[in-house]
Design a binder for this molecule. Sequence first.
Ligand SMILES: [Fe+2]
Ligand SMILES: [Fe+2]
Length: 442
Amino acid sequence: MDLYIKYAQAGAPTLYRSAGLEFNAKDTTRLAEQGVKFLYIAASQHALYRKLLADKLDRAFSNPEIAREQRARIVRDACSKMIEDVMLFPGDSEPIEAVADISRNFASWSNKDPEAFSYLLDMSKHDFYTATHMINVGVGCGLLGREIFPGDENMFSLLVQGGLLHDLGKRGVPEAILNKEGKLEPEEWKVIQSHPRLGYEELKANRAVSQTVLEMIRDHHERIDGNGYPFAISGDQISVAARICAIVDVFDAITAARSYRGPTPPDKTLVIMSEGLGTQFDAALFGTWKNLVQKLVHKDPARAAVTDTAKPSIASLSDVTPRSPLIPATSVSGINTSAIWQDDRRQFKRFECELPIKATFLRQLKKCPVGPGVAFVVRLLDVSRGGAQIQTAWPITLNDLLILEIPMKLGGNLTRHGRVVRVRQQADTWRAGILFVDDTKD
Ligand SMILES: [Fe+2]
Ligand SMILES: [Fe+2]
C-alpha cells in the first residue's frame, strides 16, 4: 500500500513510498533518524493493513525457526499495540475490529498448536501494566474457556476478546489512583469501581462487540456472593464468561509484579485465591483453572520461576480486591473528580507557570468552534515531563487529543502530543489535565 509521512504535524501527508516498492528495516532506521515517528496509510486501505498485520502475525506465530518465547513476544507486542489503540480511540471501530481479528487468530492457534499458544500466558515475569494485564487475561480466558466449552471456537474467540478488553474503562481512571500504593481513599475507591461501567458504556453501542464480551467488561468484578461491583449481582446472574474473566483477572493481578511488591508464583497465587472459593469465585470454574495452571507449570517449571528476590512477594487476596462497603450503583456517576485532582501524586516534578502557548486539536470528541488542525492559544498553568495543565475558553472533552507547543527558555519550541485525562469547567473556561502520550525522554 502507499505510505505517507507528515513533515508538520498538522500539515497534509506527503507520499513517501508507492505501493509495490520495498520498505524495510533500513528505511525505518533512516526515518527515525529524521525524527519521523509515524507512517500513514489511506483510510480506505485500513482493512487491507489489518489483514496484512494478521497474516504476518500468523506467519510469525507458526514459524518453527523462531524460538517459542520470541514468537510469544512478537504476538504480545503486536497485541499490546492494539490494546493501546483501543484505549486511545475507543469510539473508533478499527481498533476494536483489530482486537476481534486477533481473538480469532488466537482461536485458530490454540487449535493448531495448543502448547505454543499456552506460552502466550505470562505467569512470572511481567509487571502489572494495563495492556500486559489485558493480554494475559485474554489468553487466560481463552485457555479456561477451551476447557469449559470444548470445540466451540466462536466462544473461545469471544472469551479472548472479552479478556483483552475487560479493563477498557480504566482509561477513565487517573494513573495516580491505578498505581497508588497502600490504602485507597473512599473517593478514589469509587473512581476505581467505576471502570467496569465506563468500559461497558463505551462499547455497548458498538455492533462489533457481542453481549458476551460486554458482560465480561461490565461484570468481571462481581462476586458469586453478591458483594462485588458495580451492580452487586450474584450467582447465576453473573454470566459464565464474566465468572471466567473474574478468575483469570485476579490470578494475573496477583502473579504480576507491582511497584510495591514483587511477582507472586502461580502456586502461591492459587492458594491465596482459594480463600475466595464460592464467595468471590465460582468454585467449579476455579477448580478447572487451578488444574490447568498446575498442568502448565508441571510441564515447564521454568514458567513459574519468580526471579525477583529483591522485592518480597506480599500479595494477598484483599490486596487485590479490597473489601469495601457496598456502593449503590447510582452514586458512581457523582464522582467528585476535583478532589482527586488535588491529591494526585505526580510522578514528575511540576513547573507552575502562566504562559500563553499554541495548541492544536488532533481529535475532538465533541464539536468545538476551533476545528482539528487549527492552532489556538491556551494558558499553560503547569507542565512536567509527564503532562500539563491548561486553561482555555474553548470546550475541551475527556480523551481529546492535542498538540501543545511549549516555548523553551533557551529558545525553540517543545512539541508534545497529549490526551485530555481530566476536565473541569468553570463558567466559560475549561481547565484540562493533559497526559503526554509521545515519548518523554528529553
Ligand atoms: Fe477490572
Ligand atoms: Fe483486570
